[in-house]
Design a protein around this ligand. Sequence first.
Ligand code: AMP
Ligand code: ZN
Length: 119
Amino acid sequence: MKFCVMSQCLFCRIAAGEIPAEKLYDDGEIFVIKDINPAAPFHVLIIPHKHIARLSDLGAGDLELPGRVYSQAAKIAHDEGFADEGYRVVANCNEGGGQTVFHIHFHLLAGRKMTWPPG
Ligand code: AMP
Ligand code: ZN
């Protein structure tokens, strides 16, 4: 099941069009929206349609998803003009990793100098 209309999951509901979001891309496998609370001048979320709660729940059948995500991130960074300057792709896993929405997603951040280590 790609999504359930009865789902309480925020990103499933955005995918289903039940909650509005500024969508930049959707190929039926992954979609990209602007983050509602940007942590950088450019901040989007790359989200698989499939409801997978967290990074550590990726199954054997999901292994091509991260490749799609990173490939799309590189394309967006190129198209938006951040490829040479640099950008960051990050996935937070579980509360200790900073995850607040339990539907797997990857942050693409750009437009400022990133610091390391992250907070
Ligand atoms: P994380 O904390 O890694 O789970 O990331 C969740 C992200 O979702 C945060 O950066 C939030 O700002 C973002 N977010 C929460 N609600 C929405 C929404 N309705 N539309 C777009 N982004 C959202
Ligand atoms: Zn979901």
